[in-house]
Design a protein around this ligand. Structure first.
Ligand code: ADP
Length: 300
């Protein structure tokens, strides 16, 4: 199946330790648990879409050192097309070192870009966009790469979605090239340089920065959508939140899945809210992403 969705983004190995609390500078703590898993916003969003049945490809760079080959294999096992993943033998993949404190669930994260930092404009120029409906981007890759990808999408009639996470001030210059901008409240405030008051007004103000449409996500309050014709508000599903990390990634993967199936905007927004609510009610990031059959059954 030709991929309808192409995610261009980061892939990390997440190294997670659970400690009684976060350490002070210079302090050594005894942790309780260690785990490692596949992460990075590009990988997360591609896996979210694949689990929901989308034909999705990931364009990324994953060095083969430090188990990089196994990371590629696990993406493939999820059903993600990895033919546009470059795998240099002598590079180390991106890594995120995460400490979770048991007291309050607060975390500390340090990332090292590794191969993600070497994704190039040339790689973007070589991407096959034939048959692609949606190009999905985040802000963990070098900015010129994202910029070139947006440019190619516009030239090729491919719709683009930029999830402006993590926030980068330089990302502002990208907005006029974006079809759909997805941001959470923190990112929205950073772009608007003001605290959020009315979400619809905020989404409109974000749209004035250049994107054709804005989806502003509001955590347990759901989300608002604003484009040239309409403004919509969708409620979040009521769930017991267990772990909200990765909610936004699940939402993005689900949204483009539904839109690439030709679902109406209203249905796609409801579907993405349900997928994200499922993710927050389960532990982990990719571990918490629903499969299509279980999500459909849950939504009935
Ligand atoms: P991010 O995860 O990117 O910080 P948000 O916190 O806005 O973004 O959450 C994204 C989406 O996840 C929301 O639009 C909503 O669908 C879902 N979500 C987040 N928190 C909850 C919650 N407590 N209950 C239900 N859904 C939630």
């Amino acid at each position: 199946m030709k991929p309808a969705i192409l995610v261009l983004g980061s892939v990390n190995r997440d190294l997670i330790v659970h400690a009684p609390r976060l350490p002070q500078p210079g302090e050594t703590l005894r942790g309780q648990r260690f785990g490692s898993c596949l992460g990075g916003k590009g990988a997360n969003q591609a896996v979210a879409a694949a689990r929901l049945g989308a034909a999705v490809a990931l364009a990324a760079r994953i060095g083969q050192q430090e188990n990089g080959a196994a990371m590629v294999a696990s993406l493939r096992a999820e059903g993600v097309d990895v033919s546009a993943v470059l795998q240099p033998a002598d590079e180390t993949p991106g890594v995120a070192l995460i400490v979770v404190g048991a007291e309050d669930g607060e975390n500390q994260i340090v990332t090292v870009a590794g191969s993600n930092g070497r994704v190039s404009v040339e790689q973007v120029d070589a991407l096959e966009l034939d048959g692609v409906q949606w190009l999905v981007l985040q802000q963990e890759l070098p900015l010129p790469v994202i910029e070139r990808a947006l440019e190619r999408a516009r030239q090729s009639g491919v719709r683009s979605l930029l999830n402006a996470a993590p926030f980068r001030e330089e990302g502002r210059a990208l907005l006029p090239r974006v079809d759909v901008l997805v941001v959470n409240e923190t990112e929205a405030e950073a772009f608007l340089r003001a605290p959020l008051a009315d979400p619809i007004q905020a989404a409109r103000a974000l749209r004035a920065l250049g994107p054709l449409a804005v989806l502003l996500t509001l955590g347990s309050e759901g989300a608002v959508w604003v484009d040239g014709q309409q403004q919509l508000r969708v409620s979040a599903r009521k769930v017991q939140a267990v772990d909200t990390v990765g909610a936004g990634d699940t939402l993005v993967g689900a949204l483009v899945t539904a839109l690439s199936e030709g679902q109406s905007l209203e249905v796609a927004l409801q579907f993405s809210q349900a997928a994200a609510a499922w993710a927050v009610s389960h532990p982990g990031v990719q571990d918490a992403m629903p499969r299509r059959a279980e999500l459909d059954a849950w939504m009935e």
